[in-house]
Every structure is written in C-alpha cells, then in structure tokens.
Ligand binder design. Structure first.
Ligand SMILES: C[S@@+](CC[C@H](N)C(=O)[O-])C[C@H]1O[C@@H](n2cnc3c(N)ncnc32)[C@H](O)[C@@H]1O
Length: 293
C-alpha cells in the first residue's frame, strides 16, 4: 500500500515552480490547484494535511500545466463573479476580479431605483455571461438581457445561463448580436434602466502575459489602435437604450478613463465618474442619462 503524502511541502514546492515559470501569484495558484484536486475550499486546505498518492500526482500534473502558463481558471474550469461560479475554458474570456467592482457599483445603483417597476438591465459583450448572470442572481426581479457576438463564447454563455436556471435563478435573455450595430435591441429603446459593459478594450499591439495572449480570444481583448473602437460604437446605442434617469458603467483600458468619459460627455451623458480598479488604476466609467438622446 502506498503511503499518504504531506500536502504543505507539495504546495510550497509547487509555488516555487510557478514563481520560476513567471506566474504572477504562485502561492495562491498552487493553493487553488490543491483545493481543486481535493474538492475543498482553499481556506479549508489546512484541514487536509495529508493527501492520497493519486491526489498528489494530479496536483503535480496541474502545476506543470500552470507553469506552462495555462490560465488557472482553465485548469479549475471555473471563475467567480459576485456570488456565482461560471464555467470557463478555451473560446471564452475569463472573467476578472477587477470587473467585480463594476458589478458592485451596478448592484448599488439598482438599489437607488424606485420600486415602481422591474429593472431592465443590458450587458453588452457578455462573454461567459458573468455580469448578466451575477446581476440576475443578485436581483431576481431584474429583466436582464445579454449581448454576445462570438459563436464560441456564446456556447459558454448558454451553458452558464442554463446552469443558473438549474440553480433557480431568473432566466436572462440572450441575444447573438453585434454591439456595434446601430439598430441593436431597437425593441428596448428608451426602456433600459442600466447598461453594463466590459467590452474588448486593449489597444492593438499591447504586450500581454501568455495566459491572456495565448488563451483569451483576441476578439475579447483588442479594441482597435486606441482601444476605444467598440466603446466608441456602443455609446450612441447605450444613449438610445437608456430611459431618462438610466445609467451605464463601462470598463476600459487604464489609459482610457478620460477618453471614455469624453465619449460619454459628447453623447450628452451627465454625472460622469471615473472609477479605479483593485490596483488603483482607472478601470470603469459610470454616467447617467438625464434627457432623451
Ligand atoms: C473582455 S470580454 C468580457 C466578457 C464578460 N463581459 C466579462 O466581463 O467577463 C469581451 C466580450 O465581448 C465580445 N465581443 C467583442 N466584440 C463584440 C461585438 N462587436 N459585439 C458583441 N460582442 C462582442 C467578445 O467575444 C467577448 O466575449
């Protein structure tokens, strides 16, 4: 019979291996992979000081894949947004922690609405459906629409939407459409309370980590020479969709806070506020529509 193995030295060695490979957060990644193999929460790893030999072997194999710069979330198969877990993998953008701040702002803004109607929310560039589904989970009264163009990404959006319905959440409405189409969602013109978007916004030619450059779909990443191509095309549509008093929150490249604010001001938006991300970099802009476009 093969003996059980102590976990902590395995994790420490794995973290050293990942650090050598250039992984940005080696110890948390090693712990997350161990937690994934054991099927426990990372915070409860200390309750599992010994592991079976086959568990140790699976962990070591995953560490090797991570040291080849395969994204952690592709190895565990999930990423979080708010209180929900989303299935992720090749073909779809991995939701990022920084987008949680935009999500938190959206929930707080929805709280300010009067209770005279069910809020209508649109997520432009939905990817896994992270924002749309997390909002639908947190606000079962909301009627949430999600727009995504990429057929591969849409496979993941549909899968996650089905998973959320199976968990009892209110279904969202999924639109396979181009957010740069000026006629997008014309049936919702002037009826939307909140538009959220984490669009492709990296300026063309930016140098990216291998996890991003080799695994996130390029259509999810790049927003033209200045990173604003998709945002520039979306802003008039957002203005048309929102009812007077409605609001929007748009994530952007850290070089473009002022650029997005200027686009919104040019389209007649008011109460424009630039927000930083967890690292203190400019990351999303919010604005309100006070009159008809
Ligand atoms: C940065 S990802 C964000 C995904 C998701 N909102 C999130 O926060 O995880 C941008 C998404 O926009 C989609 N996309 C890019 N151009 C689009 C377009 N013109 N119309 C609709 N979706 C588009 C990409 O396929 C990708 O899924």
């Amino acid at each position: 019979m093969t003996e059980r193995v102590r976990l902590r030295p395995l994790i420490v060695a794995a973290a050293e291996r990942l650090a050598t490979a250039g992984v940005a957060s080696p110890l948390p990644d090693a712990e997350n992979l161990a937690a994934h193999v054991l099927g426990v929460d990372r915070m409860r790893l200390a309750l599992h000081p010994m592991v079976e030999p086959d568990e140790a072997a699976r962990f070591t194999a995953l560490v090797e894949q991570r040291s080849a710069r395969i994204p952690l979330q592709h190895l565990t198969g999930t990423a979080a947004m708010g209180e929900i877990e989303l299935a992720v993998g090749p073909g779809v953008f991995v939701p990022r922690p920084e987008t949680e701040l935009l999500f938190a702002w959206a929930l707080a803004w929805l709280e300010t609405l009067p209770h005279d109607h069910d809020p209508v929310v649109v997520d432009l560039c939905a990817g896994t459906g992270a924002l749309a589904l997390a909002i639908a989970h947190a606000r079962p009264d909301a009627r949430v629409h999600a727009v995504e163009l990429d057929p591969d990404a849409l496979t993941w959006t549909r899968r996650n939407a089905d998973d959320r319905i199976a968990d009892g959440d209110t279904p969202i409405t999924l639109h396979a459409a181009d957010v740069t189409d000026p006629a997008l969602l014309s049936e919702l013109s002037g009826r939307v309370d909140l538009v959220v978007s984490n669009p492709p916004y990296i300026p063309d030619g930016a140098v990216l980590d291998p996890e991003v450059a080799d695994h996130d779909p390029h259509r999810a990443l790049f927003g033209g020479p200045d990173g604003l191509d998709v945002i520039r095309a979306m802003v008039p549509t957002i203005a048309r969709l929102l009812r007077p008093g409605g609001a929007t929150a748009i994530e952007h490249d850290d070089t473009n806070g002022g650029g997005v604010a200027a686009l919104l001001a040019g389209a007649g938006f008011a109460d424009i506020v630039e927000h930083p991300d967890l690292a203190g970099k400019p990351r999303f802009v919010v604005a309100a529509r006070h009159s008809k476009p």
